[in-house]
Design a protein around this ligand. Structure first.
Ligand code: UFG
Length: 324
């Protein structure tokens, strides 16, 4: 099996490349390092460039016979997408279409797409299963939902089969310590909490304490990056086995509040973590918790690192040995 991992220098893409190579898959990583890191490409062959470069894609698809393409190269900052939506629609939607069109031109008809819980916006029920209508509330979520719709149309018209995986809150790090999360700027809760624990940051800001949740802070479903990678591997196997397209919500089905994450991080690290309570951040739904039964049943997916302590412990090991 040979797979192109677009965005393989990013947080989830780099873990994916490791999982694929570990499973005996031949991997080519395509990344332009606009947000990814060269040091994160430890598995597979690297091609440096943009997935919006049609000439580069034509050469890549002529040089290699890929069985499938996995696409991790999106912009992901919700707040930024509200302030400046143009790059989100250009990169996440228009450029993805360049990639899909190039795939079709070369007869590659299997695609695994990194989608998001943000396509559900402010959910009307919890946990969120795949039957809940999509209603994104920011350009980031809309850009991902647009691609899901494009994929449905491309399947009907051109026979392109795809699996869309809606991640809830990706977290944790490679348990072997080779890879981990790095975003610049970092906006995600767990790495920021751990930076406060290690002293790289003075305190963690808690955005909003007046949500309709037991402790007033937002509840999220944190899922280990290796469990996400495992789901992608199962998804691509499903496609290659001819079992068809699918859309799956990926989470552990349990929610933790921001305060609970901070308290768990105190236990895992044994460090004090200073907290600053601040107003709500724009666009944060109170609760996002996945119902992942469909992924378990159809993909045979079972999260291996479902425990929040394990997720935080792996991220903490990475934070302490941060090699980049
Ligand atoms: N939070 C804080 N303080 C911080 C950072 C975050 O209190 O310094 C809170 C947020 O307000 C939120 C929770 O912690 O309630 C989690 O926030 P993250 O930024 O870690 O993640 P999100 O829940 O915002 O995730 C969303 C989407 C994902 C998407 C991601 C993109 O749900 O699908 O944004 O960055 F991938």
């Amino acid at each position: 099996m040979k797979i192109l991992v677009v965005g393989g220098a990013g947080y989830i893409g780099s873990h994916m490349a490791k999982t694929l190579v570990g499973a005996g898959v031949s991997v080519v990583v395509l990344d332009d390092f606009s947000t990814g890191y060269r040091q994160a490409v430890r598995y597979g062959d690297l091609v440096e460039g943009s997935f919006a470069d049609r000439a580069l894609l034509d050469k890549l698809f002529t040089d290699h016979q890929f069985d499938a393409v996995m696409h991790f190269a999106s912009f992901i900052q919700v707040g930024e997408s509200v302030r400046d939506p143009a790059p989100y629609y250009r990169n996440n939607v228009a450029n993805t279409q360049v990639l899909l069109d190039a795939m079709l031109a070369h007869g590659i008809k299997r695609f695994v797409f990194s989608s998001t819980a943000a396509i559900f916006g402010e959910p009307t029920r919890i946990p969120i299963d795949e039957s809940l209508p999509s209603a994104p509330i920011n350009p980031y979520g809309r850009s991902k939902w647009m691609v899901e719709q494009i994929l449905a149309d491309y399947e009907s018209a051109y026979g392109l089969e795809s699996v869309c995986l809606r991640y809830f809150n990706a977290a944790g790090a490679d348990p072997e310590g080779e890879l981990g999360e790095r975003h610049d700027p970092e906006t995600h809760l767990i790495p920021l909490v751990l930076q406060a624990a290690s002293g790289r940051r003075q305190a963690i800001s808690v955005f909003g304490t007046d949500y309709d949740t037991p402790d007033g802070t937002c509840i999220r479903d944190y899922i280990h990056v290796n469990d996400l990678s495992a789901a992608h591997l199962l998804a691509v196997k499903r496609l290659l086995a001819g079992q068809g397209s699918g859309r799956y919500n990926l989470g552990n089905g349990g929610g933790f509040s921001v305060n609970e994450v901070i308290e768990t991080a105190r236990q895992v690290t044994g460090r004090p973590i200073e907290v600053r309570f601040e107003p709500r951040r724009d666009g944060d739904p109170a609760r996002l918790v996945a119902d992942s039964r469909k992924a378990r049943e159809e993909l045979g997916w079972t999260p291996m690192f479902a425990d929040l302590k394990t997720i935080i412990a792996n991220a903490w090991a990475w934070e302490q040995n941060y090699p980049w």
